[in-house]
Design a protein around this ligand. Structure first.
Ligand SMILES: Nc1ncnc2c1ncn2[C@@H]1O[C@H](COP(=O)(O)OP(=O)(O)OP(=O)(O)O)[C@@H](O)[C@H]1O
Length: 307
């Protein structure tokens, strides 16, 4: 501790200089988050970080910004939700020596930031982004697009592809529940062929290839899934139909999905999913790609600022 003349305590200068950050802000993410972002930016300034702020105007801007920022940038920080993070990850994965990824979680669900235990409080978050630790994560890749949480086909992909951003802005995560209810009533039968590591072939009514240990916020589909492990976890919902789907949802919410007889998880390096060509898939909670899907791990790991 250093004491100034008036006996006011000031923090000791830090050994490492604060990071130079490019903050990419998606104003369409979450609900009215400008004030929260401003609080974190104020704290970053206090921490001595050099911040360049870029606001996205449309989908795709975050990916572009992450791919093209200069070599002086120490970290690309996404102020947004999982969709914007997914864009930034795709931009960073296109580079040879990408800067680290940081997160200011201001989206609707913020699954990756929960998985990484990113602090919510502005001061702690700014401290982490400016000076904190970084760790390695391994992302997945489906038909050339990267994902850090999951890639899915079936029920959840149809829910995601039909849930409007406008409804998400109005009622938050409840928008998925509303669309899920509609899907349940529609009860469209679906089957997929899933080829794992070019060895095992299984059939399922829904498939989620998980990278993160979390799904939809706080739920767990595959306890072995970990962003820090170079491995995919294939979650197979073997039975279709309204009642089985309801049972899976209850199992997931109650935390006993893994004990259900018609549910399986398999560790994998590569997965090929086929069904009706052109059927939608979801990547990290947003529509992304379609069948057939070739899934594997990203070409290289990524560095993420996280405790
Ligand atoms: N300026 C913009 N206007 C409209 N959409 C945008 C803009 N910038 C980015 N997007 C798109 O908005 C979508 C939603 O953003 P994001 O996922 O970050 O927020 P969210 O859906 O509220 O959060 P979460 O995914 O955590 O639930 C993303 O797919 C992104 O591509």
């Amino acid at each position: 501790m250093i004491w100034t003349k008036g006996s006011a305590a000031v923090s000791e200068p830090r050994a490492s200089p604060a990071r130079r950050l490019l903050v990419i802000f998606n104003p369409a993410a979450g609900r009215s988050q400008r004030r929260r972002l401003a609080a974190v930016l104020d704290e970053l300034e206090r921490q001595g970080a050099t911040v360049t702020l870029r606001e996205t105007a449309r989908a795709g801007d975050a990916e572009c910004a992450a791919r093209s920022c200069g070599p002086d940038i120490g970290a690309v920080v996404v102020a947004g939700g999982d969709g914007t993070i997914n864009e930034a990850i795709n931009g960073l994965m296109a580079r040879e020596n990408p800067p680290a990824l940081g997160i200011i979680p201001i989206g609707t669900t913020n699954v990756l930031s929960r998985d990484l235990r990113i602090p919510q409080q502005a001061e702690a978050l700014a401290q982490l982004l400016a000076h904190g630790a970084a760790r390695t994560i391994y992302v997945g890749r489906a038909n050339g697009r990267h994902f850090s949480l999951m890639c899915g086909v079936g029920m959840d992909a149809h829910i995601v592809s039909r849930t409007s951003l406008r409804l998400k802005k109005r009622i938050g995560k409840l928008a998925y529940v509303v669309q899920g209810f509609r899907e349940l009533v529609a009860n469209v039968p679906r089957r997929y062929r899933v080829e794992i590591d070019e060895a095992e072939v299984l059939e399922a009514s829904s498939v989620i290839v998980a990278k993160s240990r979390l799904y939809g916020g706080e739920f767990q589909l595959a306890p072995q899934a970990a962003v820090g492990r170079p491995e995919l976890q294939v979650c197979l919902f073997l039975r279709g139909g309204r009642f089985s789907t309801l049972a899976y949802i209850v199992g997931m919410v109650m935390g006993h999905l893994n004990r259900m007889p018609d549910y399986r998880t398999v560790a994998a390096q590569t997965v090929r999913i086929t069904g009706h060509d052109g059927e939608p898939a979801q990547l990290d909670g947003d529509p992304g790609g379609c069948l057939p899907l070739e899934i594997g791990l990203g070409e290289h790991p990524l560095t993420v600022i996280a405790p």
